[in-house]
Design a protein around this ligand. Structure first.
Ligand SMILES: *Cc1c(COP(=O)(O)O)cnc(C)c1O
Length: 468
């Protein structure tokens, strides 16, 4: 059974180069295949695995492939996957240092490596969470705790009813998961000041400074490293010190963008980000760990711990220096994410991580340049990182361009050479390219750009013949 799983996994990866980039079936078909009555009696585990492999296969996205650009999804690097298999086989509960000394130790060491690689304050604490969504949540819980503690309110004990109000200021094009975190924390999705942004989704610094300079009382300012569509960065060097001088806690969502710090070609984009109070970053995007893995990084470990600690008489109390992973994340029992993180950082090394980031940024440039050679295709963003925002039918009316853009994305998926995503940007339909999988290189990027142009030409041909 163990071998069967390993062989199926290897066969899947071996077939990636020739597999369609899109799943073969949609959700409804996958559901119809899986649907069955509750099993009343058990089955042989090898047969069950065979069935799982057969039923899942047609509905699997080729997200680990070299031509997947649909969302910001990493490649689940084999080194991380293998470590993750062991993590499951070992069955470690990473809650505290007694339940698994090894899991706690791997986290402690990986946390130190992450702070070094990302060049963030070395005394920060790091929580190993499921992804940037929970990293944003965790860091903002620490922020909520600290800004209220400073005015004498203990939010962990007393809750938010009757608490002094917290002002939250956030860029208007922040990632939707930051709003989700605010919604979960009782800070409200709509009860925020939306800082105005420019056409790259970047906070408009001068306008924002006027707002930030007027802040008083408990306040949290949320900035972004790597906008989900354009890859743009807020102006940390100006905004971070201004917000902190007003007593605000500054949180940065850098799910993928913070990794720009590993390369001297892109690190300037993040200049000043190290002055913030907390950061969210993903492992399962640019670091290529398997799902799920993200990091909540907080400058003040006391605020981080205060907001997350779960204590009970049956749980160990940590001595100075012991790491109890639960003190930095919402959960008690959880997966030992430190093992895959440790394995990936060791396998790639600083050089490998840098090369991955640089290669993907070069791929984005290459694809943007190639696409723009075609009349009617327009790149709408400054390609500063790994994100490209593309409009098709740019010579047509807005409504026709919307239709052609949606039709081109559908055609690309049907062709199956590469997989791209859609979004709305500045009120219009666009295609987004996110280059984050370790298998993607410049050849694959060029081949994909070619396939995108071909799909667009096919759509235009149909569009023109339908109109005449
Ligand atoms: C992906 C992403 C998130 C959410 O991260 P998950 O890993 O999906 O939880 C948050 N912010 C940004 C900018 C992202 O790209």
């Amino acid at each position: 059974m163990w071998r069967q799983a390993a062989e199926a996994a290897m066969a899947f990866r071996r077939d990636i180069p020739t597999r369609s980039a899109a799943p073969k079936v949609d959700y409804a078909a996958a559901l119809a295949d899986f649907r069955a009555p509750v099993p009343e009696s058990g089955s042989d585990a090898t047969e069950v695995l065979d069935d799982l492999i057969r039923l899942a296969d047609p509905g699997l996205m080729t997200a680990t492939g070299p031509r997947f650009f649909g969302w910001v999804i990493g490649g689940s690097h084999p080194a991380g996957v293998a470590a993750d298999w062991l993590t499951s086989a070992w069955g470690q509960n990473a809650g505290n240092h007694e339940a698994s000394p090894a899991a706690s130790a791997a986290e402690t060491v990986s946390a130190g490596w992450l702070l070094d690689l990302l060049d963030l304050p070395r005394a920060s604490s790091v929580g190993f969470v499921t992804g940037a969504t929970m990293a944003n949540f965790t860091a903002l819980a620490a922020a909520r705790s600290e800004v209220l503690a400073r005015v004498g309110w203990d939010v962990e004990r007393a809750g938010l009813f009757g608490a002094p109000e917290i002002t939250v200021a956030i860029g208007a094009e922040a990632h939707t998961t930051v709003y989700a975190a605010l919604q979960l924390l009782g800070l409200g999705r709509d009860r925020v000041i939306r800082l105005p942004v420019d056409d790259q989704g970047r906070i408009a610094t001068d306008d924002a400074l006027d707002i930030i300079d007027a802040l008083s009382g408990p306040a949290i300012v949320i900035l972004q490293a790597g906008q989900i569509n354009t890859g743009s960065f807020d102006d940390f060097a100006e905004l971070v010190p201004a917000a902190r001088s007003r007593g605000a806690w500054v949180h940065v969502d850098g799910a993928f963008g913070l990794w720009a710090r590993v390369s001297e070609r892109t690190t300037a984009l993040t200049h000043g980000v190290e002055g913030a109070d907390s950061w969210a970053v993903d492992g399962h995007k640019w670091l290529q760990t398997p799902y799920d893995c993200g990091f909540a990084i907080v400058r003040d470990p006391k605020a981080h711990q205060r907001s997350m600690t779960i204590s009970a008489s049956y749980l160990p109390t940590s001595a100075e220096g012991d790491r109890d992973p639960t003190h930095y994340v919402p959960e008690l029992s959880r997966r030992a994410r430190g093992f895959a993180t440790w394995a990936l950082i060791r396998t790639l090394g600083r050089d490998g991580i840098r090369e991955t980031v640089e290669c993907h940024c070069a791929c984005a440039q290459l694809m943007a340049a190639h696409l723009q050679l075609e009349p009617g295709i327009e790149v709408l963003n400054d390609v500063v990182l790994n994100q490209v925002v593309v409009r098709f039918g740019s010579d047509l009316s807005d409504a026709e361009g919307d239709a052609v853009t949606l039709a081109t994305i559908a055609q690309i998926r049907a062709d199956g050479v590469c997989f791209t995503g859609g979004a709305q940007w500045l009120g219009r339909e666009v295609m987004r390219l996110s280059i984050t999988g370790f298998e993607t290189d410049e050849d694959e990027a060029a081949r994909s750009a070619e396939a995108i142009v071909t799909a667009y030409r096919d759509v235009v041909r149909d569009h023109t013949s339908a109109a005449s």
